[in-house]
Each structure stands twice: as C-alpha cells, then as structure tokens.
Design a protein around this ligand. Sequence first.
Ligand code: PDD
Length: 292
Amino acid sequence: MPTLSEALVYLNGEFSPLGEAKISVMDRGFLLGDAVYEVIPVFSGVPFRLAHHLNRLNNSLKAIKIPEPLEQKSWISIIEKLCAQFTDENQSIYLQVTRGISPTRDHVFPQDAKPTVFIMAKPVDMDTLPDPYQGVSAITIDDIRWRYCYIKATTLLANVLAKQSALEQDASEAILIRDGNALEGAASNLFIVKDNNIITPPKSENLLPGITRDVILELANNHDLVVTESNISLDELGNADEIWLTSSVKEVVPVVTLDNQPVADGHPGEQWKKMKLLYEDFKKSLSPQPSH
Ligand code: PDD
C-alpha cells in the first residue's frame, strides 16, 4: 500500500503521487480563495452519498459561476480509482475546484480560465477517532462569516479562527451564533433535543446544507422520532437536553460540555444513543453484500 505522499492524486486530468502534485502560484484558489470543495467519507470501500456530494458541489460551482469541469461519470470513475489504491474500508476523499489560473492577480474573473480540479483519497483509521460515547466539548462564538454560508467555499478563515478558539479553550468545536441564533459548528451542523423533540436550524444562506444532516433527518423521520427544522436561540441551546454535531468526518457526536457547563447531566443523551445506532445500522445496510 502506498504511503500518503506516494499515493496517487488527481490534478487536472493527470494522476501523480501527492508528494509531486503541484499547482501554479497564479492559481486563484491560492491567491484569492476562489474555490469550492467537498469532503466525502468512504465506508466499507463505498463513497457515502456520492451523488448528494456531487450535487452539492455543482450547486456551489453554480453559485460562484465556475462551469462544471467534469461530468458525473468522470467524477465517479476518478474517485473509484483513487479509493482502490488502499485496502482500508474507511477513507476520506477531498475534492477541490478553483476558478483556475490568472495571467495577473486580478479580482475580476479571467477570460477563458480552465478550472483547476484536485482530488485525493486518504485512509481513515476509525479506531484512532475520539470515542463518540465520551462526548465532546464545544464553545459558542460570534459568527463572523460572510452571508453565503450555503456555498462550500474554501475561503474558511472565519471557520479556522473559530475552531482554533475552541481548541484554545479545550473544546473541539465552536458553535456559531448570529442574530441570537445558533446556526452550526465551524465544520459541522447542529442539532438539539428538547423534551424528546430533535431540532435543527432550517436550511438557509446562513448554513451549509450538510449531507450528514440530511441523513439524520431521514433516519429520524423513518423511525418515528419527532424532528423539527426551526431556529435555535442561544437560550434554547443553553437549555437543551442534548446537543449533537454532525459531519462527514464526525458522523454524529454528542456535545456534553458547552462553554464549560455540562449539557444536562453532562453525558450523551438517550436520543443520541438511539440515533447513533440508527446511523451505524444505516451505514451497514449500504455495505456491499458478499457475492455467492
Ligand atoms: N465540513 N457545516 C460546515 C460549516 C462544514 O464545514 C461542514 C463539513 C458541515 C457538515 O457537512 P457534511 O455533513 O456534508 O460533511 C456543516 C467538512 C467535513 C470540512 O470542512 O472538512
């Protein structure tokens, strides 16, 4: 099996080892953060909700007026080829599209730029991930991001600073507060539970339409759990029975400490335990069945 630096990555039509892949310093992704991305988990060797991720990618591209650089079937075959390098069942795919290279640094779109497309896969050792049954700590923080948070843009400075603030306060995630409402984490979506009702903020320009968020809503609806999409005020967050964070990387994790205070009794809640099992069962149901 290749090391990460030997592993092949896809860059603009070519496959080369990660350690050798290079882009121009005039790439607008580098100079201006003029780019969008996706992070796609792979479970049991199968990219999870790939069509949904590619659909969100196309929405992000459309929103920033970058033409779709590849067709669906090309994305899929490149991703399959990259994953096939590793025997690991669990992997993570990172995919980025920038507007391409400008002859000079200029904010205005260059004429006829060709988007830069970069994709890499890396194995994920689930045993090294923090045990979700321990729960995580989070802080609340003012949301200083721009207004188009539904676009999965690489321009992540506000998210980076929020997450770093969390780390510096011994927490692993920062929950972003705008106009008195809790919207999402710096790299995750937000759910609370109050009186057995699962609540998540509705999709809007203010948050990323998370693929994991959709899975949680589907699982809740399919298993007769009460779920509502409505705003969560800072007060409601503080008085929640449970707080969960969801993402392709974290899946669904319970927050047990918020701003140094225990969430309810400071342990993962019953609704989370139910959802965690539903999520695991759902993942299992998607793994390829052995052929006879
Ligand atoms: N981030 N909200 C934000 C701001 C995010 O950055 C992410 C994921 C999510 C969850 O989306 P999904 O369920 O589709 O992963 C919500 C990725 C993992 C990242 O930036 O690395």
